[in-house]
Design a protein around this ligand. Structure first.
Ligand code: KE4
Length: 429
């Protein structure tokens, strides 16, 4: 595939922007080669500067559950645009989006809008510490919660991909207040609580992980999170930036039947524009300034264009309920990828929740970071580039999930599976 224009664009970008990208996840660090520069997108497809077309399984790393340029989102944006782009004063649209979030996610009684998932998790951590008066935060290896200093310890996603799970610049003092445990390890969690329970402000986790690849929390682990946090007076925070409105309209917590004290959201709730949110128990949220004393602010929080795209997306998901069809399309893709890897005799396991999934180059099961870190990332890189050259754009890291949108249909799935058969058979792992 010719990518001369992308190559030139990358050369230019590298002179202006560190690494030529505005987020390391896009840099192809884990798979080698140079990033593709996108010109436009439509439905299930991306088009690069050289005019190559790709079936898109990144979906902007999750937000584009309706595919690109969905008519209801474009109409809402045009309508909002006609009234202005940002006011720095409250609007009804913010209450509209807040109502949709509160109605959809049972544990969210009050919510604050911000502009990214990172802002949401950073604010939730600060609120938990302010509410409890405690310092210690517990997170899990392989879980990624954005580039928050206190959570950039043993992080997943591009931090793991580029093997900087503990970023320089995060001080020893900050890391001292963060306890990193093994995901799905009930005994380890109980042990940590028995030793530090009275100091723990909150436990934050991805209830279904996307950032070490797709890994589910076991029922026992999720139950232990809830029980131990309640017993020791710590807050349980579910980071649903990726799973919110992705795995179900009510997020992972609606599938797991567990109510966290705080939930962080992002990605889909902005419909492709910058929106993050954190919410939960009203008695906790009422500690946020100006209702309470925990400071958090943002110039573009609740931005009119971003809330318009988010409202249109969530209303569509609520009223049209595309989840059964998404489940069908995703199951077809999973079965096809799984059989292609099996026929090629490649050690693999495919782990999925709804329309997010990961083909691990590992015999499986992958239940924590130790297992994920043992994946054959070279084989993954060959798989990625083989598919890219055949017009299928998968997430450029073994430690990410791929996303199916409502714009993906049988044609896209068949083309993807046949390309995967060719690549996996031809290349092996
Ligand atoms: P943002 O600040 O990137 O909007 O959200 C951070 C974040 C928080 N929590 C979870 C569970 C997340 O998955 C993310 C961001 N996800 C990555 C991809 N795994 C974003 C891609 C990128 O960093 O460019």
């Amino acid at each position: 595939m010719k990518r001369a224009a992308s190559k030139a664009a990358f050369e230019r970008a590298k002179k202006l922007i560190p690494g030529g990208v505005n987020s390391p996840a896009r840099a192809f660090g884990a798979v080698g080669g140079e990033p593709v520069f996108i010109d436009r997108a439509d439905g299930a497809y991306l088009f690069d500067l050289d005019g190559n077309r790709y079936i898109d399984y990144i979906g902007s790393w999750g937000p584009m559950i309706l595919g690109h340029r969905h008519p209801v989102v474009l109409a809402a944006l045009e309508d909002a645009l006609a009234r202005g782009t940002s006011f720095g004063a409250p609007t009804e649209a913010e209450s509209e989006l807040a109502e949709l979030l509160i109605e959809a996610v049972p544990s969210v009684e009050k919510v604050r809008l911000v502009s990214s998932g990172t802002e949401a998790t950073m604010s939730a951590i600060r609120l938990a510490r302010g509410f409890t008066g405690r310092d210690l935060v517990v997170k899990f290896a392989g879980n990624y919660h954005g580039h928050v200093d206190s959570l950039l310890v043993a992080a997943g996603s591009s931090a793991a991909t580029l093997s900087v799970p503990n970023s320089p610049g995060v001080t020893a003092g900050t890391s001292r207040d963060t306890l990193v445990l093994r995901y799905n390890d009930v005994d380890g969690l109980a042990e940590a609580f028995s030793r530090h329970g009275q100091r723990i402000a909150c436990v934050i986790c991805e209830p279904i992980v996307g950032n070490m690849g797709c890994v589910r929390g076991s029922a026992a682990f999720v139950a232990a999170l809830r029980e131990l946090c309640s017993r020791y007076g710590a807050l349980l925070a579910f980071d649903e930036v990726m799973t919110g409105f992705r795995v179900a309209y009510g997020g992972a917590q609606s599938l797991l039947g567990v109510r966290p004290d705080l939930t962080t959201l992002g990605k889909i709730v902005g419909g492709g524009l910058p929106v993050g949110a954190y919410g939960g128990r009203a008695d906790v949220m009422d500690h946020v300034l100006p209702a309470g004393k925990v400071f958090q602010a943002g110039t573009l929080s609740g931005n009119p264009l971003a809330t318009a795209a988010g409202i249109a997306t969530l209303r569509y998901l609520r009223d049209q309920d595309p989840y059964p069809r998404l489940e069908e399309t995703s199951a077809q893709l999973a079965a096809g990828l799984e059989s292609a890897a099996a026929q090629a005799g490649i050690p693999h396991c495919l782990q999925r929740c709804g329309s997010m999934m990961t083909l691990f180059f590992h015999p499986g099961p992958v239940t924590n970071w130790d297992a994920a870190a043992a994946c054959d990332t070279e084989a993954f890189a060959r798989h990625f580039h083989g598919l890219l050259d055949r017009g299928v754009y998968m997430p450029c890291s073994q430690y990410e999930a791929l996303f199916v949108s409502t714009a993906h249909g049988p044609g896209e799935i068949e083309a993807t599976v046949s390309a995967a058969r060719e690549v996996l058979r031809g290349r092996g792992a």
